[in-house]
Design a protein around this ligand. Structure first.
Ligand code: ADP
Length: 377
């Protein structure tokens, strides 16, 4: 039925009875302004997600474009339908959504690496807090959203990603002398663990720096939206190389809630801040223990540590991930939780984390030195 003829159907708008035929672009815009994107923390108009509103006699069309990967089930798309449908009477609502990942500016004006739009570093102050596990599941979570994702294991001394990915494949050397990344679970991956046999790795500081840069620059990454870099723990040579030579669009810090872990996480945060790397947020891992027998949640490492750190540094707490034996078992079996139980509750938490990280990064300044969306050498 044409918009102007929906005379008999009345509906609620701001608690006032009004005819749908009084619908206008301004009213729709006003409604969209009342909807928050939960990952960006902004309304749809302020976030510049709404690209077009079209009204015809029979249809309202809304075109949305996100700066981070979203799927049809995105809560914003569902909320728009819920809020607008009662206002439309018989008029159809069409929501078209798309997304495009832009390259975002890195620290100190460092130039982007060919074929990588954004590098996201996953760091921690201490070892054993679950940084590598989180990095791999974050990478997989972003990939499931549809983006092109790579994972670089920057732990030159003790690479763990090959084990967690369940692969020992050797990367092929291409004619141009670059390494072909190992593609596993749709991720393009590279690790020192692929190149050297098991056993202790003895490196001098400068060699580690060079090795990291080589792994990054001499891998033939194929048009990545995001490269997740799994850093070793602490604030040593590798972190310094990363800060000085590698264009990092954003870093996330993984910590557990105990005071000892938080103290080290704070040091890592301070280091990144000082070196000009943008920190998109904190991830609290092993937040509560979930009992496999009864499902009871217990905060064995204390409560509120992640929140405290986030408040102190005025950055978001992106996720609180449980201490769950399935995460450990799946990861040790080379099948990360998102792969092993893609519809499970743990995978859901990592999907949310992926949205949080990519959405927060999309709010940062863009790198306009990259003329085309896909960098080609
Ligand atoms: P890091 O990179 O900080 O040294 P890892 O990711 O290697 O830590 O994790 C250390 C151990 O803890 C691994 O055995 C891993 O499977 C396990 N682990 C990590 N996160 C969790 C979690 N949320 N629940 C249960 N086990 C976890």
């Amino acid at each position: 039925m044409p918009l102007g003829l929906v005379g008999t159907a009345y509906c609620e708008l701001n608690n006032q009875k009004m005819k749908p035929n009084s619908l206008s672009e301004a009213i729709i815009r006003e409604q969209l302004q009342s909807i928050q994107d939960p990952y960006l923390g902004l309304d749809l108009i302020a976030a510049k997600i709404v690209k077009k509103i079209d009204l015809s006699d029979t249809k309202v069309s809304i075109v949305l474009k996100f700066g981070y990967p979203v799927q049809e089930a995105h809560p914003v798309i569902q909320t728009i339908s819920k809020i607008l449908e009662p206002l439309l009477g018989d008029v159809a609502l069409q929501i078209t959504s798309s997304w495009k990942v832009n390259p975002h500016a890195a620290q100190n004006g460092l130039k982007p690496v060919a074929n990588i739009k954004n590098i996201i570093a996953v760091a921690s102050g201490k070892g054993g807090v679950g940084k590598s596990t989180t990095a791999i599941n974050l990478a997989l979570g972003i990939s499931v959203l549809g983006a092109r994702v790579g994972l670089l294991d920057a732990d030159i001394y003790g690479p763990s990603q090959p084990h967690m990915l369940g692969t020992k494949e050797k990367p092929a050397l291409r004619e141009d002398k670059r390494l072909e990344p190992i593609v596993k679970y749709d991720l393009q991956t590279m690790s020192m663990g692929y190149l050297v046999d098991d056993g202790p790795m003895v490196w001098r500081g400068p060699m580690v720096s060079t090795a990291l840069q080589q792994l990054l620059n001499e891998t033939a990454w194929d048009n990545l939206d995001y490269l997740i870099v799994d850093l070793p723990p602490g604030t040593g040579d590798i972190q310094l190389t990363l800060a000085q030579k590698i264009p990092v669009a954003a870093a996330v810090i993984v910590t557990t809630p105990q005071e000892v872990a938080l103290l080290d996480a704070k040091k890592a945060l301070m280091m990144f801040k000082k070196l000009g790397i943008s920190i998109v947020g904190i991830i609290e891992n092993m937040s509560t223990h979930i009992c496999t027998e009864c499902g009871h949640h217990e905060a064995i490492f204390g409560v509120g540590g992640g929140e405290k750190l986030a408040t102190e540094f005025e950055i978001p707490l992106l996720a609180k991930l449980p201490l769950d034996s399935r995460i450990q078992q799946q990861s040790d079996a080379g099948r990360p939780s998102i792969v092993e139980e893609p519809e499970g509750s743990i995978a859901q938490l990592y999907h949310e984390l992926a949205l949080q990280v990519t959405a927060k990064l999309s709010l940062q300044a863009r790198d306009y030195t990259v003329a085309s969306p896909r960098l080609v050498e």
